[in-house]
Design a protein around this ligand. Sequence first.
Ligand code: SF4
Length: 303
Amino acid sequence: MTEAAQDQHAVPEHDVEPRQLRAALSPSRAGDFMQCPLLYRFRVVDRIPEEPSAAAARGTLVHAVLERIFDAPPAERTIEAATELLGPQWQRMLEREPVLAELLGDDPEERATWFAEATALLRRWFTLEDPTRLEPAERELYVEAEIDGLTLRGYVDRLDEAPGQLLRVVDYKTGRSPSELFEAKALFQMKFYALVLWRSRGVLPRMLQLVYLGNGELVRYEPDESDLLATERKVKALWAAIERAATTGDWRPRRSRLCDWCDHQSRCPEFGGTPPPLPEHAVQLALDPVRAGGTSPADGDDN
Ligand code: SF4
């Protein structure tokens, strides 16, 4: 899902109850730690709020429309029908999160531009895929699998299934196709989902497909077993590193070009800032399955 908002993809915390998870990790939080352990701390341990952005909200809205358009019979999945869903879906988002209204401001021109950009993203999707010929097996599918006591979980935007259990995992990105900088991150997220599906269903997804609506590009990848075994080793090593950071309190910053998109520069030593003192029970908070296994709009990727 949209890294940035994506988190429309937020894993509702109540979804994990009543099952008591011992440890859980989502691809978003795993990605945070890989990018920068201090970023993981700010998001998971301190839970410092991040500025919502109009672009992230637009990504969330477009994701919602791309999910809902498949409610219509195939012949009615038109650009016009998708565009008509924008208003009602936006209202639904506002009902859930009234604060989103402030993102668009009062200027009618700005609001019109924001909706026009959402419409443009939807139009681009129709140049990449033909929803009248698609019948997703699942949309916004919650997936989880347990690996050596660690629960991996997240939401898959769309799962297509062809006869013979041929699975295609589809993720929409409302940004542009990634530079090398982001490509590894996007692909890791997709392999994470593929691993979870493989471990939970016993079927190795045939295709991972990223749909970049920002510039109209499809990125496809065919994972194999060795790929997913490597991903599994990587995820286990990541969790061990998170546990180490939690117990030592050593959440060191890792500066990279991705810092340009980080909301926490003012409190980051790499930028002359000072992190707040660690909260009480920081170790438990860092490893809390609801926090470490959650996704949020803070994903910072692009929805
Ligand atoms: S600014 Fe960069 S180094 Fe600092 S917390 Fe954010 S991602 Fe990490």
